[in-house]
Design a protein around this ligand. Structure first.
Ligand SMILES: Cc1cc2nc3c(=O)[nH]c(=O)nc-3n(C[C@H](O)[C@H](O)[C@H](O)COP(=O)(O)OP(=O)(O)OC[C@H]3O[C@@H](n4cnc5c(N)ncnc54)[C@H](O)[C@@H]3O)c2cc1C
Length: 597
């Protein structure tokens, strides 16, 4: 069974040495209590819960899966009990609004906890994970009555939430959706339709489930403009907040699927279920973006989680497994062979996993901090942070999940044939990781969002906002001691901008050029963004070593990994660049009829 140890030293490094977390939160009204000491105490408790309660249920949950019974969905043994402990310890309320019972700690802290919980057991995290976006949506767009009715129990964790968008004929293109919402005399709506693939759509872990549903009014225009947003509880809620009658929403079946098998992916039937409009008619998709953006960062964590879990286990294996001798002579002369970690190719895979996990951690925590600035900063700071988030969210979601999947695959490879055998748990990590590139917008959809809406759609403004920040960092770190990282970072930043202009020009002449370039553009951008974070980590490590501070081997390992990233992973940008600049013709010239068997 794979084991998990929360990487507390690295988490602390990112939070307190790379990102200036203390200064940030002391400058944001409402977060004064979020001191480094308090945050690290909370993180340590979260680590214990993840390691001791959730990690042991990861493999058994995968084996057992969920079952649909007459009383609804039954989660694997131990899941409901773990959730009870999670609620009892107050975890769901950590970063929620104090007005409704939350602890008002930074969202970043919630994301650190989610990283540890999700690395220990991603399927389990899916149940409370969806609640977070549901809470954010109601906080941002719910009426005062809706907030009072649903938020306290969602925030305490007594109830969980879902996001009901997808239907059998539409996922990426929600403009096609058919679920109906008919106005009722009492001001509610009768919701009728079938949603598929609904994570945590039903389960036995909480007393009620609050579905956030998109549907169409009878006279609504076609397409996305006709979509409205509703809150539909599994059990109706009385005015005093107590649970009332069962609503007409049921799980019809559970999908059998490739991975995250302990997460119930439900077909949900709404048979005239009572729903309540959130916000205005026809604004459903705009309002839903609050949920989706939260969920996108949540999904980026999944890439990091699987990279980390695979790395930890592959590393332990690589130190123990003996095979052949080192090319430079025996390293374990008393044994029959050397441990496989002596072989360059095994190190290539391990370092790829490590570089992806640690680089992604820095990017995700940074994004989480931006989220806190958006919510708590003054207008100018909030706007600046919002722009940065708009650019970086699709990059984090798609790039980190793609890279995380690669890292998970390396884990199987390092185990050799044993990686393919279920008992070791490495193949489960690959199966679990695969979904992250699909849900919350596929890689292709994120790439269109990045290049089409964010970069070209803003006339390059969002990209320049970020590259100016990178440029300022480069200027402030011109010391020769950092040159091996800062110089290439400067070159890639300039190339990124020039290349974006070139694609923009091509796309004006032929819109297919943007579609043809999008995924390579996103991957290129991901490698450059991660280089920025690796450069920052390398600079801190260089300074600490020079000052003779603390744990030198930790900082030296950082520098080695940064060098590996710059020398071996960052050059992948070259292939993406050539590919994306090769134009749309090599994709579009072949007539559809020639795609034949
Ligand atoms: C395990 C699991 C859990 C899920 N959980 C939820 C949930 O909780 N709630 C929910 O509402 N949904 C959920 N989903 C649904 C998920 O979000 C969708 O499956 C996903 O958004 C993709 O939609 P689709 O499956 O309809 O694919 P399609 O939209 O049919 O896409 C098929 C392919 O076409 C590509 N494509 C489509 N349009 C374009 C375009 N314009 N340009 C380029 N490429 C394009 C896509 O990238 C993809 O490769 C879940 C799905 C799974 C499998």
């Amino acid at each position: 069974m794979p084991s998990y140890k929360a990487p507390l030293r690295d988490i602390d490094f990112v939070i307190n040495e790379v990102l200036d977390t203390e200064a940030l939160y002391q400058s944001l009204p409402g977060y004064e209590e979020a001191t480094p000491d308090l945050m690290s105490a909370i993180i340590e408790e979260g680590a214990k819960f993840a390691e001791n309660v959730l990690a042991p249920l990861n493999q058994s949950g995968d084996e057992e899966g969920c079952t649909l019974t007459e009383d609804g969905v039954k989660t694997p043994t131990g899941f409901a009990e773990a959730y009870r402990q999670y609620v009892e310890n107050g975890w769901p309320a950590l970063s929620a609004d104090a007005e409704f019972g939350g602890q008002s700690m930074p969202n970043m802290l919630g994301i650190v906890i989610n990283e540890m919980v999700g690395t220990a057991n991603w399927s389990w995290l899916m149940y409370p994970g969806l609640s977070h976006g549901c809470i954010k949506t109601l906080e941002a767009h719910g009426s005062p009555e809706q907030k009072a009715k649903y938020l306290p129990s969602l925030i305490s964790g007594e109830w969980t939430g879902t996001m009901c968008l997808t239907e059998s004929h539409c996922g990426s293109d929600l403009g096609l959706l058919r679920t109906k919402a008919e106005p009722q005399a009492d001001g509610s709506y009768a919701i009728t339709g079938t949603k598929i693939f609904i994570s945590a759509g039903d389960h036995d872990m909480s007393d009620n489930i609050v579905h956030i549903v998109i549907a169409r009014l009878p006279d609504a225009p076609e397409g996305t403009k006709g979509i409205s947003l509703f809150v539909v509880p599994k059990y109706n809620v009385n005015d005093d907040g107590s649970i009332g009658e069962r609503n007409a929403v049921h799980c019809a079946s559970i999908e059998k699927k490739m991975g995250i098998k302990a997460s119930a992916t439900c077909v949900m039937n709404f048979d005239g279920a009572k729903g309540y409009l959130i916000g205005e008619h026809g604004r459903g998709l705009n309002l839903m973006f609050t949920f989706m953006n939260t969920a996108r960062i949540g999904t980026a964590i999944q890439g990091l989680a699987h990279a980390e879990l695979s790395y930890q286990n592959a590393l332990a294996y690589a130190k123990e497994r003996l095979a052949m001798r080192s090319l430079t002579g025996p390293k374990n002369p008393d044994g029959p062979a050397d441990p496989i970690i002596v072989h360059p190719d095994v190190r290539r895979m391990l370092l790829t996993q490590k570089a992806i996990a640690e680089g992604s951690r820095a990017l995700i925590y940074y994004l989480a901090q931006l989220g806190d600035v958006v919510e708590h900063g003054d207008e100018d700071r909030a706007k600046e942070a919002d722009d940065l988030m708009a650019l970086l969210t699709p990059i984090a979601k798609a790039f980190i999940t793609e890279a995380g999947y690669e890292a998970a695959n390396h884990g199987v490879q390092i185990y050799g044939g044993h990686g393919f055998i279920r008992e070791w748990g490495m193949e489960q990590i690959v199966r679990d990781a695969r979904i992250a590139m699909l849900y919350e917008g596929t890689t292709g959809i994120q790439a269109l969002d990045l290049l089409g809406r964010k970069v070209l759609g803003s006339g390059g403004k969002l990209l320049m906002g970020f590259t100016e920040q990178v440029g300022a960092y480069i200027d402030a770190h011109s010391d020769e001691a950092y040159a091996e990282f800062i110089k290439p970072l400067a070159a890639y930043k300039d190339e990124w901008l020039t290349m974006s202009l070139e694609i923009g020009g091509k796309a004006m002449e032929n819109p297919d050029e943007a579609g043809a370039a999008a995924v390579d553009y996103l991957m290129y951008s991901g490698y450059v963004v991660l280089a920025y974070f690796w450069a920052q980590m390398a600079v801190v490590a260089t300074d600490r070593i020079a000052a003779g501070d603390g744990d030198t081997s930790f900082y030296e390992a950082k520098l080695h990994t940064a060098r590996f990233y710059f020398d071996r992973l960052l050059p992948r940008t070259g292939a993406h660049k050539d590919s994306l600049l090769s134009g749309a013709d090599n994709l579009m010239a072949m007539p559809e009829a020639m795609f034949a068997i």
